[in-house]
Design a protein around this ligand. Structure first.
Ligand SMILES: NC(=O)c1ccc[n+]([C@@H]2O[C@H](COP(=O)([O-])OP(=O)(O)OC[C@H]3O[C@@H](n4cnc5c(N)ncnc54)[C@H](O)[C@@H]3O)[C@@H](O)[C@H]2O)c1
Length: 348
């Protein structure tokens, strides 16, 4: 796994990128409408070779991370006669890095790609670790691959144009990284506003290193990588339900909600001490205020939980906190325990 590199100056990032472009007959840059407008001009001004790259643009939003759009991207590559030496640069948030990575992993059985993540979510989580995915038939990330980028190049300055709800979304995964393995990160973030994070590249870097360390121990998620799924069993189900109902819910907000509900489940199972449960819930409530507008009824979101890739057969398997700073994975959770955790989670 190549560690993500963080560059306070765009020129330093660009000079690395320029080197990677040498000898490439075809270079593609995948953006969404927002990153094409806000980020590409900054990058191409510092890296003039990109002005001759082929541009791929998608509409922003989670519902574009789908087979139809992936198909359009494969068609563009094929029409340009992109060969296996082609380089794809993903310039965007997690939707662009997940889908671009998936397209790269499958076009001609795999071409090289570089992630230049532009959202806080992608800089601290989605752009790192080589999981690629698209959603299918309303289920999040159900089609995908493990296919790491050759580089992850981060310029925190891109965050200046990201709106606050999206900063908050990224903050959820950073908080999760602290919660599962490094209490000082959790405690420091607990006291911060999302708009303060762009001035703290050290915290972005810490979050990357936590994820990279876990991924390097278990790249294909056979064991410890599952710890990164804390908050995601419930979070993904909430997100899939919102997607199906056409309600907007950022990935990070869904993860924060998932973390709160799963924290309650861990507490009720006797795995997590009450003090830790109280601290986790009160910090999440304070930062993601309001944490919940409403919690969907159990039977509405149960079908999405049943689709969760982390389950074995019909048993639910969650990654749950055992303390602030540690977690366990593959923990069997019953329907009754989930229903009871949900019920107790009417925190607001
Ligand atoms: N592969 C993984 O390991 C992994 C981990 C976490 C999340 N994810 C995935 O990541 C996705 C969420 O990522 P996200 O939150 O970045 O969503 P996103 O890509 O939709 O970006 C959020 C919004 O911010 C905009 N944006 C991004 N950068 C910007 C910038 N610098 N300035 C202005 N606007 C900008 C985007 O256009 C979009 O509207 C989900 O699909 C999730 O499943 C994947």
């Amino acid at each position: 796994l190549t560690p993500a590199r963080i560059y306070p100056e765009i020129e330093a990032l660009s000079s690395v990128l320029e080197e990677r472009l040498i000898g490439r007959a075809h270079v593609f840059v995948l953006c969404d409408e927002n990153t094409l407008r806000d980020c590409f001009p900054i990058l191409s001004a510092a890296c003039p070779s990109l002005n001759s790259a082929h541009m791929l643009e998608i509409d922003p939003g989670e519902d574009n991370k789908c087979l139809e759009i992936a198909g359009q991207l494969w068609s563009c590559l094929a029409e340009t006669k992109a060969d296996r030496n082609t380089l794809l640069i993903n310039l965007g948030g997690g939707v662009v890095t997940d889908m671009g990575g998936f397209v790269a992993s499958s076009y001609k059985r795999g071409i090289g790609y570089i992630n230049i993540p532009t959202s806080l979510m992608a800089q601290t989580d989605a752009g790192i670790g080589g999981k690629t995915a698209i959603n299918h038939e309303g289920v999040k990330n159900i089609i995908g691959s493990f296919y790491p980028p050759s580089e992850v190049l981060i310029y925190p300055g891109f965050l200046e144009t990201l709106d606050e709800e999206e900063l908050l979304s990224g903050m959820a995964e950073m908080l999760k990284h602290g919660l599962i393995s490094y209490p000082p990160l959790w405690r420091e973030l607990s006291l911060m506003k999302p708009t303060e994070i762009q001035d703290r590249p050290d915290l972005i870097e810490k979050s990357c290193r936590i994820k990279e360390k876990i991924v390097s121990l278990d790249p294909e998620e056979c064991n410890v990588r599952k710890l990164l799924n804390a908050g995601h069993s419930i979070g993904h189900a909430l997100e899939s339900l919102a997607l199906q109902q056409n309600r907007s819910l950022t990935h990070g907000r869904a993860v924060a909600q998932g973390l709160a509900i799963e924290t309650e489940i861990a507490f009720q199972k006797g795995l997590l001490p009450q003090n830790d449960r109280n601290e986790v819930v009160s910090v999440l409530k304070e930062i993601f205020n309001p944490l919940f507008k409403e919690i969907p009824p159990f039977d509405e979101f149960l079908p999405f939980l049943e689709n969760d890739k982390k389950n074995h057969g019909s048993t639910f398997r969650f990654s749950l906190l055992t303390a602030i700073g540690s977690a366990g994975f593959d923990i069997a959770v019953s329907r009754e325990e989930i229903a009871s955790g949900l019920q107790a989670s009417n925190f607001n």
